[in-house]
Ligand binder design. Structure first.
Ligand SMILES: C[S@@+](CC[C@H](N)C(=O)[O-])C[C@H]1O[C@@H](n2cnc3c(N)ncnc32)[C@H](O)[C@@H]1O
Length: 250
């Protein structure tokens, strides 16, 4: 693999000119078979409840939704369960999409469609969806502003956005514990379970380079979104932002 040659540190992926998106795309392709199991182990099974919460905050009956960076499809399915009419799951890692399609067939999720694509260039017309969502994705997108501009473009006025993410950890009495979890436990488990230690060493580094919840709120506002709700979950190690694209006045 050329994106992170042996011996390079995950920090180097955040240096100017590094192909972080290429690394992320290849890495999720490599870990797709064990991705769901690792999520369950890392979150002690809580991850499904967070996606359900995001989906309920986002979806109105019959909505057309896009799930960006859908991975193996769990947020797509949560949106359908919450009443969406149809959900397009989009991801740039083919093996993750293959898993999502298998799961959709198994579940009989006829409202789900999956497509290969990039968060920064959505294959949708302007103002064509009611909801835009992502879970554990935006931290991995080097050009976050391009992805948020695309979310704004494809959402209809009055449409909603929900983002689940692991934010940069704020100082708190529990932060040392969270750091041990992300910096020690997760890479160890990831190496054992997925056989891809580098993926799970990248995770805590990507968290350190991401935004804290108030900063992400500001970023959403800078794109015009009205932030409705920010929920901090699992002792602040996961954040849910819910926002809408206001209907223009005047
Ligand atoms: C941590 S996984 C999250 C998967 C899923 N949303 C979930 O809740 O389990 C991140 C996913 O985002 C995808 N991804 C990251 N950057 C992307 C981009 N720029 N465009 C499309 N997909 C992207 C990865 O391929 C990966 O499948």
């Amino acid at each position: 693999m050329t994106n992170q040659p042996a011996g390079r540190r995950p920090d180097e992926l955040f240096e100017t000119g590094a192909d972080r998106a290429g690394y992320v795309q290849e890495m999720f392709g490599d870990i797709s078979a064990r991705y769901d199991l690792m999520n369950t182990l890392m979150t002690v099974g809580r991850h499904h409840a967070w996606r359900r919460m995001a989906a309920r905050a986002l979806v109105r009956p019959g909505d057309r939704v896009i799930d960006v960076g859908c991975g193996t499809g769990d947020l797509t399915f949560a949106c359908l369960d919450a009443g969406a009419g149809d959900v397009l799951g989009l991801d740039f890692a083919r093996p993750m999409l293959a898993r999502a399609r298998e799961k959709a067939t198994h579940r009989g999720a006829s409202g789900a469609a999956f497509a290969l694509g990039d968060a920064t260039q959505l294959p949708l017309a302007d103002a064509s969806v009611d909801g835009w969502c992502s879970a554990f994705v935006v931290r991995n997108i080097p050009d976050l502003d391009a992805a948020l501009a695309e979310a704004w473009r494809v959402l209809r006025p009055g449409g909603r956005l929900a983002v689940l993410e692991i934010p940069r950890l704020s100082p708190s009495p529990l932060r040392p514990l969270a750091r041990v979890h992300f910096n020690r436990v997760v890479p160890l488990l990831g190496g054992l379970v997925s056989g891809h230690g580098s993926a799970y060493r990248y995770l805590p580094v990507s968290v350190d380079h991401f935004l804290a919840p108030p900063e992400f709120t500001q970023r959403l506002r800078s794109h015009g979104f009205r932030v409705r709700e920010v929920r901090q979950l699992m002792f602040g190690t996961v954040a849910l932002h819910v926002a809408d694209k206001p209907v223009a006045h005047g």
